[in-house]
Design a protein. Sequence first.
Length: 204
Amino acid sequence: MPSLPVRAISTIWAENAVFFGHWLRRPLAIGAVLPSGRAVARAMARELPARRSGVVLELGGGTGSLTQALLDAGCDAGELIVIERERALAQALRRRFPQLRIVEADARALGSVLADQKIQSLSGVVSSLPIKWFGLAAQRAIVDACLARLTPDAPFLQLTNALASPLPMRALGLDGVEVARVWAQLPPVQIWRYRRTVVGGGSR
Ligand SMILES: C[S@@+](CC[C@H](N)C(=O)[O-])C[C@H]1O[C@@H](n2cnc3c(N)ncnc32)[C@H](O)[C@@H]1O
């Protein structure tokens, strides 16, 4: 029986191998060579408000590194929903997290996906989609579907390593700020938090 650290390391290797295999086949669709490390996942989870009412939506579940951090940070299984487009990754997520709602779907059709799932209110969005590379119409479809459902002060969080906003804020009517930078990942990643710009200044 291997010791716990050995098992943990072999799990991480297995996860990395699955992820890397997908990246080799579809690099732009996956958007990163390896899954987010634990420091990134924990930093992302920390940006969620402690007091929440409603569903937390994860966009681009991958092999579940952010998902696990969200659960570790206290997200109830019943309040977390994960969207993942790649069938094999969605299936692996279902095996790893049988208690969660894992939806195999394209986030670019998020409005209808959320309507099908009967989700009217969100207490946070955690996205690691390679959204910088999506066209403006797809970015708008995703952002608008989320902002229409986010409760006041609930964040839309986006992971990136672009060193600048991965979303064109003016074109999408957004205010955004980099809220964290994690150096313990190669390349280093940043977390951006967005809200809808309110005409007349400020943001909600
Ligand atoms: C950079 S990886 C992040 C995976 C994981 N959350 C992490 O941090 O390690 C992006 C993930 O988004 C998924 N993805 C890319 N485009 C998507 C889309 N249009 N709809 C849903 N998922 C998508 C990819 O398959 C991949 O699993």
